[in-house]
Write a protein that binds this ligand. Structure first.
Ligand code: HEC
Ligand code: HEC
Ligand code: HEC
Length: 205
C-alpha cells in the first residue's frame, strides 16, 4: 500500500531504496553468519600464540595444546566451542565430584520456569545441568531463593554480571546464546508440560 499523501514515483523510489537496503542488510547478515560458522570451525589458539602464555617460557611444548584436548569433545558454536553438558552426559569427561570422601554430593532434577521475560520466550532453569557441576551452596540462598519467582532476576542484572550472569559469559556459555535460556515459547508443549506450576520434575535433557 502507498502511504497517504506520498506521490507515486518517489514512493516507489523509496520502496526500491528500502528493498536495496534490506538486500544489503541481508547480505551483511549472511556474511556475519558465514564468519561465525567459519569462526566455529577454526582451530583453538596454540599455547605459544594465545597471548596468555610467554612464548619463550618453559610451559610451551609441555602443556597439552587446547586443540588436542578439546577437539574430541561435543562441539559447540559458542564460547570455547565445547558443549560441556553433552560432553558430561556422553561420558567424554568424568570430573572428580569431591576431594574429601565425606563431602556429600547433592543432585537435583527439578526445572523452574521464569516467566518475566516480556516479549521473549520464557526461561527454563534446569537444576540437573547445574548440580552436575555445582553445589546447592554455590547459588542458594545468596544468588537465588528456593521459592520460584522470588529472586528478582532480570536481564539488566544478568548483563551486569550478576545472577545468571555471574557464570554465564564468564565460565559457562555466553549471553549471546539467548535461546539456550529463553527456550520456552508461551503456549508451546514445553510450556504446557509445567501445567499451572512454575516447577516440574525432570524434563528435557
Ligand atoms: C543465562 C541465561 C540467559 C541468557 C543467555 C539470556 N537471558 Fe534474558 N533473561 C534471563 C532470565 C533468567 C530473565 C528473568 C526471567 C524472570 O525473572 O522471570 C531474563 C529476562 C529477559 C528479558 C525481560 C526483561 C528484563 O529486562 O528482564 C528480556 C527482554 C531478555 N531477557 C532478553 C534476552 C536477550 C535478547 C538475550 C540474548 C542476547 C538474553 N535475554 C539472554 C536469562 C537469560
Ligand atoms: C546454578 C544455581 C543453582 C544451583 C547450583 C542450585 N539451584 Fe536451586 N534454584 C536456582 C534458581 C535460579 C531457582 C529459581 C529461583 C526463582 O525462581 O526465584 C532455584 C529454585 C530452587 C527451589 C524451588 C524450586 C524447586 O526446584 O522446587 C528449590 C527447592 C531449590 N532451588 C533447591 C536446590 C537444591 C537442594 C540444590 C542443590 C541440590 C540447588 N537448588 C542447586 C538455582 C540453583
Ligand atoms: C554458579 C554458576 C552458574 C549460575 C549462577 C547459573 N549457571 Fe547456568 N550453567 C552453569 C554451568 C557451569 C553450566 C554447564 C556448562 C555450560 O553449559 O556452559 C550451565 C548450564 C546451563 C544450561 C544448560 C545448557 C545446556 O547445554 O544444556 C542452562 C539452560 C542454563 N545454564 C541456564 C541458566 C540460567 C537461566 C541461570 C540463572 C537463573 C543460570 N544458568 C545460572 C553455571 C551457572
Amino acid at each position: 500500500m502507498t502511504p497517504a499523501g506520498r506521490p507515486g514515483p518517489s514512493t516507489s523510489f523509496a520502496a526500491g531504496a528500502r528493498r536495496a537496503a534490506w538486500r544489503c542488510l541481508l547480505a551483511l547478515a549472511l556474511l556475519a553468519v558465514g564468519v561465525l560458522a567459519f569462526g566455529a570451525a577454526q582451530e583453538w589458539k596454540k599455547i605459544a600464540s594465545d597471548g596468555l602464555h610467554d612464548p619463550a617460557g618453559p610451559a610451551v611444548g609441555v602443556l597439552q595444546e587446547p586443540a588436542e584436548a578439546l577437539a574430541a569433545l561435543a562441539p559447540d558454536t559458542a564460547g570455547n566451542q565445547v558443549r560441556w553438558v553433552s560432553a558430561l552426559d556422553q561420558g567424554q569427561i568424568q570430573p572428580r565430584t569431591n576431594i574429601l570422601p565425606e563431602t556429600k554430593v547433592n543432585l537435583r532434577t527439578t526445572e523452574v520456569l521464569l516467566k518475566n521475560t516480556g516479549e521473549m520466550a520464557m526461561v527454563r532453569f534446569p537444576h540437573r545441568q547445574h548440580t552436575a557441576w555445582l553445589d546447592c551452596s554455590n547459588c542458594h540462598d545468596s544468588l537465588f531463593q528456593q521459592k520460584p519467582g522470588t529472586s528478582g532476576i532480570n536481564m539488566f542484572l544478568i548483563l551486569s554480571g550478576e545472577k545468571c550472569g555471574l557464570c554465564h559469559g564468564a565460565v559457562a556459555f555466553p549471553l549471546t546464546e539467548c535461546k539456550r535460556c529463553h527456550s520456552v515459547e508461551r503456549g508451546s508443549p514445553e510450556h504446557l508440560a509445567f501445567g499451572k506450576s512454575l516447577v516440574r520434575e525432570g524434563g528435557t535433557p
